[in-house]
Ligand binder design. Structure first.
Ligand code: SAM
Length: 263
């Protein structure tokens, strides 16, 4: 599929449509296996949200938004998948999260300005062009109060391939089933094509995703274009230092504060 022209056409995984990739099947099983970072992520985000309100870009089924709202902060969301939003709306407290349906790089959430806007779980990469990722930073900045904070949590990409452009990881192995994580990365387009292949006696199921992997420094420049600057960066939600070995980073962006006038 051709996504963009400019510095050459950008292609990604044959048969994969980012606009429909979180459809009813994925939404129905999304919360079956949680990522496990929910408690730490909510603590980190609540500390930066102050009295709120907060806005989650790509809010999904409310995995983070609902426990964050349970701390007493108003949390709104932007989401493009009707199926994911429907799962959120059906959960206890789900009706309290106002979800604007649309593309997180363009949609307007009406409940701002927000003290906190956040985008987690590698989801900046779901925007498959640099233009859309830049637009997403600008959209986040546009929703922030003057003192507001934009938090991005995503993979660095740099440790994943160890010089290879494709690999298969045995993600789960048991006597009855295996899950193979099949990856191919094109450094020229920065597109990672990934398919989680579930093989069991019941059959074979594919969970494909395509991501545009932008390293931390590129995200920092996107923030600058949006009028923000990096103010904190950690290797994970627990505040560990960000180092070369970190597979992910949690980055915090704010508007620059005016320098005091020199006497
Ligand atoms: C990995 S899930 C993350 C959901 C939630 N943030 C979480 O942490 O559980 C990715 C979500 O991003 C949504 N999404 C992908 N691209 C989007 C876009 N351009 N605009 C809005 N939502 C998008 C998908 O529909 C899906 O709900």
């Amino acid at each position: 599929m051709l996504l963009a022209r400019g510095h050459g056409a950008i292609a990604h995984m044959d048969g994969f449509d980012p606009a429909t990739s979180f459809g009813p099947d994925v939404a129905a099983r999304y919360d079956n296996v949680l990522r496990g970072d929910e408690e730490q992520a909510v603590a980190f985000l609540a500390e930066r949200a102050g009295a709120g309100p907060a806005l989650e870009l790509a809010v999904g089924t409310g995995r983070i938004a609902l426990p964050l709202a349970a701390t007493g902060i108003q949390v709104d969301g932007i989401e493009q998948s009707a199926a994911m939003a429907a799962v959120l709306a059906g959960k206890p407290g789900g009706s309290q999260v106002a979800v604007t349906m649309g593309d997180m790089s363009r949609a307007d959430a009406p409940g701002g300005p927000y003290e906190l806007v956040y985008l987690v779980y590698n989801t900046i990469g779901n925007l498959l062009t640099q233009d859309d990722q830049v637009r997403c930073f600008s959209n986040a900045a546009r929703h922030l109060s003057p003192s507001g904070t934009f938090v991005v949590e995503t993979g660095t990409g740099w440790g994943w391939f160890s010089g290879r452009t494709s690999y298969v990881d045995a993600e789960q192995v048991s006597a009855r089933a295996v899950v193979l994580d099949v990856n191919r990365f094109d450094p020229a387009s920065q597109i990672l094509e990934e398919n989680h292949v579930h093989i069991s006696a019941e059959g074979i199921r594919m969970d494909p995703i395509a991501q545009r992997v932008a390293p931390p420094g590129e995200l920092d420049l996107m923030a600058r274009i949006a009028g923000l600057q990096l103010t904190e960066r950690y290797g994970w939600w627990d505040g560990r230092p960000f180092e070369a070995s970190c597979p992910s980073h949690v980055s915090v962006y704010r508007r620059p504060t005016a320098e005091p006038e020199a006497e």
